[in-house]
Design a protein around this ligand. Structure first.
Ligand code: AMP
Ligand code: MN
Ligand code: MN
Length: 349
């Protein structure tokens, strides 16, 4: 493909004809979402799968990391394959809810896949437009919300398994319709999905109101050492602490979401000790911010991405060194946010 196309902002829901015709004309489609998949990754992957099936395709749906069992209620969960079942023989790749190519992990193999047209559908403000066709909509609360408009443009009804898959991503990315990007349009989208058969109670029970006991034990261990200074609250999670609580590598049970609710905290962070793809010591950082503060810029500058109120990155180095360095950046982001709010208040008089 010669020129990359970027579809932005006001063009939806009058979706670009090239995006629609590209999907309609493809026969062997690989759909992929991001590593350590969350509800929007899984919901948009499965939702896209059902939309493509509705127009007569038989896509391969792949994730580097196996989806958590808390998503096993989403229709089509068992159809998701791993790296081993991904071949080179596709005529289109559709990447969902991922802001940069590395987020596809081992599913995207440059040697096999670089010549295949790549469609990127995502709502991260930090998206690097790495596809041939890029539909990036930061005004949407979830990639799953975008797929409702895609289904509309393709005359596919958002009912049955499509509704349940897409509602899962909308509910989880908005933390149950509580994030600041939960607009009336999001609620309208959710109503349509519920009218189409999406089961809100089931989704909330399986994804938001469900905590493994090992996570509670981990929180007990790490919260002993929580640190809170100048509006930034953070914890470090060592491998030893995770092992003693019996918690998996990537799990923290959404602890950063809890920490940012602390009175007087504007920004929260968790630092999770891990190893990167090259086997080096690394730290997975998760950031959250209250309204008026932006952690996406910090994450992007450190090689990650996300949204102003929720972002993350993985950095090579030791837990101690990385957490110190990154907390300094978060204090700077907090200072800028405070300054901007003060300036805004003054201008309003
Ligand atoms: P998390 O803290 O893992 O729930 O992620 C919060 C947000 O930041 C989500 O939108 C993620 O997609 C994004 N994010 C987290 N880690 C990374 C990363 N390493 N690279 C890019 N985006 C990330
Ligand atoms: Mn996601
Ligand atoms: Mn998302």
């Amino acid at each position: 493909m010669a020129l990359a196309t970027t579809i932005m902002g006001d063009t939806w829901p009058q979706l670009d004809a090239l995006l629609i015709s590209t999907l309609r004309n493809a026969e062997r489609i690989l759909c992929v979402s991001h590593v350590a998949p969350d509800g929007d990754a899984i919901g948009s992957l499965l939702g896209m799968g059902w939309i493509l099936r509705a127009i007569g395709k038989n896509p391969t749906l792949a994730l580097q990391d196996a989806p958590g069992e808390e998503f096993s209620f989403v229709p089509g969960y068992a159809d998701i394959v791993g790296e081993a079942q991904v071949t080179a023989g596709y005529d289109l790749i559709v990447c969902l809810d991922a802001s940069s190519p590395d987020r596809m992990g081992s599913i995207y193999r440059t040697a096999d896949h670089v010549a295949i047209p790549l469609v990127v559908i995502d709502h991260h403000v930090t998206n690097t437009r790495f596809g041939h066709i890029n539909w990036v909509e930061p005004g949407c609360a979830a990639t799953c919300q975008m797929l409702i408009y895609l289904a509309d443009a393709m005359q596919v009804p958002v009912t049955g398994p499509i509704a349940q898959a897409l509602l899962t991503g909308l509910v989880t990315d908005t933390l149950g319709f509580r994030t600041s990007n939960t607009t009336a349009r999001v609620m309208q989208a959710a109503m349509r999905l519920m009218d189409g058969g999406g089961n809100l109670v089931q989704i909330v029970d399986w994804t938001l109101r469900r905590t493994p006991f090992s996570i509670i034990k981990l929180w007990g261990e790490v919260l002993n050492q929580v640190q809170f200074k100048d509006g930034v609250i953070w914890v470090t999670i060592s491998r030893a602490q995770r092992e003693s609580a019996g918690v998996d590598d990537k799990e923290s049970g959404g602890l950063a979401n809890q920490l940012v609710t602390v009175v007087g905290a504007d920004i929260s962070a968790t630092f999770n000790e891990t190893v990167d793809t090259q086997g080096r010591a690394a730290v997975e950082c998760s950031f959250r911010a209250k309204e008026g503060f932006d952690v996406s810029k910090v994450a992007f500058a450190l090689g990650g991405g996300g949204h102003p109120p929720a972002a993350g990155c993985t950095i090579a180095g030791s837990l101690d060194e990385i957490s110190k360095r990154v907390v300094a950046e978060l204090h700077e982001a907090r200072r800028i946010g405070t300054l901007m709010q003060t300036a805004e208040q003054k201008s309003r008089g």
